[in-house]
Design a protein around this ligand. Structure first.
Ligand SMILES: *Cc1c(COP(=O)(O)O)cnc(C)c1O
Length: 482
């Protein structure tokens, strides 16, 4: 198909047929996802197909598509499947897929300049200001994921405190910065401290109550103790939807504390922040509208295809000043393609950026925030249903309160950790469901996070039955040891 050094098809009609065929097969794949196992391991002979030498000569598109069909598509993560609930992966949608294809066709660089891609990204920012109750001058920025969004928020918080001197000379040796979060905060907060050169020991982690939400008084005491030692508190991180339990920190109280202390209040709302789309769940997020910044991801509960991380910052100007460069090739013109005051590249470290906004725009435009909010509510209802169903079955006990969409549970009895692990491995291998293992109070427990818009009650019943079957098998295998 490729002739000479030209990369466009020599025969557009033949290409059109192949491209349509590929799209049709993917639509078949998604529409029949229920009929297949959630996951299967890629065997060595399949992996071996990706260990060849760098090809000097190309091959036909048909051959590459054939490899995709036989060696890639069957061995993917499984997060399209309604019984995938191990981790907070979104399921994506066919609409998002089409948008992603169109974005790849346009191949726009959304770092800046005067083109419509940048305006579409601004539309997403406008929508999220409205959803979270943020002011007009709040800035929004697509990034890869929430880890990076949290990291940028930390850098902005530090810049807000130390100003331009930080950019020129680095952090003064005399300032000992401290950040605060709960023990349940995502590991990327500690890594953000490490990457910023601040050190993860300087992230103070306060204990949580039985519901998994941070104890604000403990944070207050830690901040006072650090101040008494001459350190400088600069960042308070609250979580909406903790990674293990889906717990929600008391944001209003955290906002009060941050205001009293004059420190930056950041919310890691990786998946939970989009609960703002649900009128029923939105009250849980009370106080989010007071945050200085919110990191979240449309690819989780928003069902946008990977990657669609986002950072919303109340004071857009401070974010811009924290990152903007003055390079000559980025000079703004009054008119033409180089026009426009503020470009997305001014608000973060990425200069060139893809058109992530398009698949997000399509998703919100086509489904609407209300339907996305209902999917989010439904995940929460299904999590409660799973917890009840497992408890009634008698083999499992639920290990933590279900605040949103995450259920942590394990088999009854002592020394359950190894059995919980064995059950999860057994269920993965069977292809019936994909739960995960996490550690609560030092013990391995089973975790189901319901994020997928395809998951229904009957899927929950199937997952519960698979887990119970596995628990019986594991118990029978362990019987001689007991
Ligand atoms: C998923 C998640 C993250 C990390 O997001 P990535 O996109 O995987 O980098 C951070 N915090 C919370 C609470 C999460 O659920």
């Amino acid at each position: 198909m490729i002739c000479g050094s030209r990369l466009d098809p020599a025969d557009w009609e033949a290409f059109r047929a192949e491209a349509h065929g590929a799209l049709d097969r993917m639509i078949d794949h998604i529409s029949t996802v229920r009929d297949r196992p959630v996951w299967k391991v890629a065997p060595p002979e399949i992996r071996a197909r990706f260990m060849s030498d760098l090809p000097g000569e190309g091959s036909s598109l048909a051959e590459a598509l054939d490899i995709f069909e036989t060696a890639i598509k069957p061995y993917a993560t499984g997060n399209l499947h309604p019984t995938f609930m191990g981790w907070v992966h979104g399921a994506g949608t066919p609409v998002g897929m089409v948008a992603e294809m169109l974005a790849a066709g346009l191949n726009a660089n959304c770092g800046g300049r005067d083109h419509i891609g940048v305006e579409v990204e601004r539309q997403i920012t406008r929508w999220m200001r409205q959803a979270f109750g943020f002011p007009e001058d709040a800035a929004g920025l697509f990034v890869t994921g929430t880890s990076i969004a949290n990291f940028l928020a930390l850098l902005i918080a530090r810049y807000a405190l130390l100003g331009d001197g930080l950019r020129r000379s680095g952090q003064p040796a005399s300032v000992a910065l401290r950040a605060y979060a709960s023990e349940a905060a995502h590991g990327c907060i500690a890594r953000a401290m490490e990457m910023a050169g601040l050190g993860s020991d300087n992230l103070r982690r306060a204990p949580c109550g039985p519901d998994g939400a941070v104890r604000v008084e403990a944070l207050r005491a830690m901040i006072a103790a650090d101040r008494a030692r001459g350190a400088t508190p600069f960042l308070l991180v609250g979580s909406v939807g903790t990674v293990n339990l889906g717990a929600v920190d008391p944001l209003d109280e955290l906002a009060d504390l941050a205001a009293e202390e004059g420190i930056w209040f950041h919310v890691d709302g990786a998946f939970g922040a989009l609960a703002a789309f649900s009128p029923r769940l939105a009250p849980l997020l009370k106080g989010l509208e007071r945050a200085d910044s919110v990191a979240f991801d449309f690819r989780k509960w928003g069902q946008v295809p990977y990657a669609a991380g986002f950072l919303l910052t109340r004071d857009g100007d401070v974010q811009r000043r924290a990152f903007m460069g003055a390079d000559s090739y980025l000079t703004r013109a009054a008119r033409g393609l180089a026009a426009g005051e503020a470009w997305p590249c001014d608000y973060g470290p990425d200069l060139s950026r893809g058109f992530q906004a398009l698949k997000t725009w399509f998703t919100i435009k086509v489904f609407g925030a209300d339907a996305l909010g209902r999917c989010i509510e439904e995940s929460c209802d299904l999590a409660r249903y799973l917890a009840r169903r497992l408890t009634q079955g008698g083999l499992f006990e639920v290990k933590a309160p279900v605040t949103l969409n995450i259920v942590c549970f394990g088999v009854r009895g002592r020394e359950a950790g190894p059995r919980n692990r064995a059950i999860v491995e057994y269920v993965h291998a069977s292809g019936a469901a994909a739960p995960s293992v996490t550690i609560l109070d030092g013990e391995a427990v089973i975790r189901c996070a319901i994020v997928n818009h395809r998951t229904r009650r009957e899927d929950i019943d199937a997952v519960a039955a698979a887990l119970e079957g596995a628990a019986r098998t594991v118990a029978a295998e362990n019987a001689p040891l007991a």
